[in-house]
Design a protein around this ligand. Structure first.
Ligand SMILES: Cc1cc2nc3c(=O)[nH]c(=O)nc-3n(C[C@H](O)[C@H](O)[C@H](O)COP(=O)(O)OP(=O)(O)OC[C@H]3O[C@@H](n4cnc5c(N)ncnc54)[C@H](O)[C@@H]3O)c2cc1C
Length: 303
């Protein structure tokens, strides 16, 4: 299969010269957990045309492919992965259209929130501190402090499993708590329109600053992590259940249940993915024994 990835990379560079392509790339370099084994090929197509070509072509050649944004909700196991990873990092065009932002999937949510603030538009303050891309945010229906991406998504343009380009209105994205239709379909999000409202620039900035301060106070932002490792169970909080089960500070190798925020599993420096996965198992088991609640991972695991 490695030869097939080589041949794909050659053709990608022939069609789109200067595309960044890396072989045997360690995923710890591209994920906020800072762990994970190598992937056969890692590419950052520079334009939407190159990206669409690459995604279609990998499918046509029957080569396994994963699309990623900023790697802030991804945990790759330590083994080598026979996989092509396409990063949306260069799908980074952003423009204002009336009260809407039209954005590539690779634009970071922090940049989008800042652009909205600059344009005196309200509605995206909640997303300022979420370290993901727009595409990853839509895929996860990312949210914080009472806001979710579903509140602002007007339309999403994506590449479907058959290789066709399509646009769907926000209401048809099946958004639910940390869920969107893209998790079921495997479609690739390319861009989106975000509908915002005119607001007071001072209030927008103050809200963003306040949320940043609350994050810094409550979250272990000085350690690699993927944010909340588990989803919020119905009517409760994962962090509360983990703390109540006495698991704050529980450690496996270099992985630890954060002392500062029990919902975060952190990499204290030299964790392996195996350490994190094994800590996740222990947390789930002990929370279940203590409370009867089964925690579901929020982080996307590539085994
Ligand atoms: C310190 C910290 C704090 C966090 N706080 C929050 C928070 O408050 N709220 C919250 O919701 N999350 C939070 N997260 C988690 C994470 O930032 C979000 O889930 C974010 O939406 C992931 O975006 P990403 O671009 O990093 O996605 P990635 O991690 O790159 O990918 C996540 C999933 O989305 C898929 N995907 C990515 N881009 C596309 C695309 N263009 N098309 C199709 N599929 C795609 C990937 O295949 C993968 O399955 C936090 C993480 C960290 C590290």
């Amino acid at each position: 299969m490695e030869n097939a990835f080589d041949a794909f990379a050659k053709d990608l560079n022939a069609g789109f010269p200067g595309t960044a392509v890396f072989f045997g790339e360690p995923m710890r370099k591209h994920t906020t957990f800072r762990v994970g084994g190598t992937v056969s090929l890692f590419a950052e197509p520079k334009s939407i045309e190159a990206f669409v070509w690459a995604a279609r072509e990998l499918k046509r050649r029957d080569l396994p492919c994963l699309v990623m944004g900023n790697g802030s909700n991804l945990l790759f196991s330590d083994r080598p992965h026979a996989l092509a990873v396409l990063s949306t990092a260069r799908l980074d065009t952003l423009r204002l259209s009336g009260d809407s932002l039209v954005s590539g999937a690779g634009v970071l949510l922090s940049r989008l929130a800042s652009a909205a603030a600059e344009a005196c538009l309200t509605g995206l303050e909640f997303a300022h501190g979420i370290p993901g891309s727009l595409g990853g945010g839509i895929y996860m229906n990312a949210g914080a402090y009472g806001g979710e991406l579903r509140d602002v998504i007007e339309a999403v343009t994506y590449l479907d499993a058959g290789g066709a380009l399509r646009t769907v209105p926000g209401e048809e994205c099946n958004f639910a708590y940390r869920h969107s239709r893209f998790q079921d379909s495997g479609d690739v999000i390319l861009s989106a329109v975000l509908r915002l409202r005119p607001g007071d620039p001072k209030e927008i900035r103050e809200k963003m600053d306040d949320l940043s301060r609350r994050r810094r106070e409550k979250q272990p932002l000085n350690f690699p992590s993927a944010g909340s490792t588990f989803k919020r169970p119905q009517g409760d909080f994962a962090a509360r259940l983990i703390e109540a089960a006495g698991l704050k500070g529980l450690t496996v190798g270099g992985a630890q249940v954060s002392e500062k925020h029990a919902g975060f599993l952190i990499n204290t420096g030299n964790a392996t993915a195996e350490d994190i996965l094994s800590l996740m198992d222990q947390v789930r088991e002990r929370v279940y024994l203590a409370s009867g609640v089964t925690l579901e991972p929020e982080v996307r695991i590539i085994l």
